[in-house]
Design a protein around this ligand. Structure first.
Ligand code: ARG
Length: 494
């Protein structure tokens, strides 16, 4: 096997400091090294225990969540009944990136997901920025998701017993008399306990929750289809192509998460074969569920009535059955659904940090493996504490868009990574190759950029500040401490 090309430290030139810094920050990590380190942490190894089913459920678990329960009410007014097509459009957009994820996850089957792929292809600083953006996709988004969980729990209590958690205990300080958001903290703690028990135990619990959430959504479809009225579908696209694609951009959020399996590379039994399959299967399952739910909804209610309300799915069921009880089932379904998002996304965050820590870019504590359960326990506790504080005390309001922009950046990097790796390491065994190369990854990048450009200025400002803070952190810490930097330093002639 040829050694990795593009290893800048090897061709270090003395003299020009700017070039030398440039080379250092764009050094890439040899793929062979990344793979060889897989599973190893300080003090032990992670346990390879996850099957294809568990991995697929993991990605479905991380994807199917708040989105479908609330987004229909926001997207239907933009597109009319054609919102069904918007869901397909967003799925195709996600598919290009999913194909790229599948190729790289099958080639470099480690826990770092896009962070590790960027390290192998685009260089350390890009990998760092990518990892930093993954904090938005995972840690920050999971805090927001935990807050949503609390709202559904309250909804469920309210509908079934009439009792609600007092405002002081169900909201962050400063918002409607809130002091602390206890339910949000509680769901994070529950997930933490599961994660500390082990990856396989967490995967099993997640699988159960996924079955429940898909079951609830199918139950929704069955009931809704009994009241289906095809008149509601005409005119099909009253707001034209523009409305259809605007709704597509809106629902893209509900597809985020199919990449979660790529954070389980070091705990999968057969990662090279199963990761690509899990990523693509999960996207297929989620798309099918979304399209069915959307079709059922616009078939029951005239699309104008689907607007605005958070409880748009509940409205559909009330209309179809003429009674209120189905909404209780729906809110219970949402509680289970969102709990599994919290669990899987929290898991993903710890594993990405695990990989970054092993590379020396963040402190070593994140790669310590506890010998008993063979999980990164300290890492899990730190991440959970951070997420719990964020979810319990900080009003997160507009963070969904910040999540999207960070995610889209990471997706774009993965698409570019596929193109780079095909040219720098054509020899690597690839278990899955994205079809129609290079068209698919190029379209993948373009779609991501297109959706990014469509986000508002405020989101871009948050993204810019976030990236700058990240770069500052990199130069203060990782730039010198990175394992590659240290190795290069050790070889340097004195
Ligand atoms: N990294 C993540 N999986 N973040 C949460 C994604 C949200 C999910 N797609 C939903 O609709 O609720």
């Amino acid at each position: 096997m040829p050694s990795d090309t593009a290893h800048p430290d090897r061709s270090r030139q003395k003299g020009d400091p700017v070039r030398s810094i440039w080379r250092r920050i764009f050094r890439t990590k040899p793929v062979g090294e990344i793979i060889a380190e897989g599973g190893h942490g300080e003090g032990g190894e992670l346990k390879r225990s996850m099957s294809l089913t568990q991995l697929t459920m993991f990605s479905v678990g991380a994807t199917l969540g708040t989105g479908i329960f609330v987004i229909l009410g926001e997207a239907a007014p933009l597109a009319g009944p054609a919102v069904v097509v918007s869901f397909l459009l967003a799925a195709v957009t996600a598919l290009f990136s999913a194909l790229s994820y599948a190729e790289l996850a099958g080639t470099i089957p480690v826990s770092g997901s896009s962070y590790s792929y960027a390290y192998a292809t685009l260089g350390e600083v890009v990998a760092w920025v990518c990892g930093w953006c993954l904090l938005l996709e995972y840690a920050v988004s999971v805090s927001a998701v935990a807050v949503g969980w609390g709202q559904y729990l309250n909804e469920f209590f309210g509908q079934s017993t009439g009792w609600r958690i007092p405002a002081a205990l169900s909201g962050p300080p400063g918002i409607d008399g809130g002091v602390v958001n206890l339910p949000a903290i509680a769901v994070v703690l529950l997930a933490t306990v599961l994660l500390l028990r082990g990856a396989s135990e967490s995967a099993t619990a997640n699988a159960v929750m996924v079955v429940v959430k898909i079951g609830v959504l199918l139950f929704f479809c069955v009931i809704a289809f009994t009241a289906f009225d095809s008149d509601n579908l005409t005119p099909f696209a009253p707001l034209g192509m523009a409305g259809l694609s605007a709704a597509g951009a809106k629902v893209f959020f509900s597809y985020i998460g199919f990449d979660a399996a790529s954070t389980a590379g070091e705990e999968a039994k057969n990662p090279r074969r199963d990761l690509p399959l899990a990523i693509l299967l999960s996207l297929g399952i989620v798309t099918l569920v979304y399209v069915l739910v959307a079709l059922a909804s616009v078939g029951v209610l005239p699309w104008q009535r689907l607007s605005g309300s958070e409880a748009s799915l509940a409205k559909v069921l009330e209309d179809a059955t003429g009674s209120a009880w189905p909404s209780v089932v729906l809110s219970l379904g949402a509680v289970v659904a969102i709990a599994s998002v919290v669990l899987t996304v929290l898991y993903g965050q710890t594993r990405i940090l695990f990989a970054m820590s092993r590379d020396g870019l963040i402190p070593k504590v994140f790669q310590r493996v506890s010998p008993r359960r063979r999980v990164p326990a300290a890492n899990t506790i730190i991440v959970s504490a951070f997420v719990a504080i964020l979810a319990g005390l900080v009003p997160l309001g507009r963070l969904a868009d910040a999540t999207s922009i960070g995610t889209l950046f990471a997706f774009a990097v993965v698409n570019v990574g596929v193109i780079v790796l095909r040219s720098t390491r054509p020899d690597l065994p690839r278990n899955f190759r994205t079809p129609l190369f290079p068209l698919t990854p190029i379209l993948g990048v373009l779609f991501c950029l297109y959706l990014m450009v469509n986000l508002d200025r405020q989101t871009w400002a948050v993204f810019a500040v976030w990236t700058l803070v990240g770069l500052a952190a990199y130069f203060a810490y990782g730039f010198r401490r990175s394992r590659l930097a240290q190795a290069a330093g050790a070889c340097r002639p004195h």
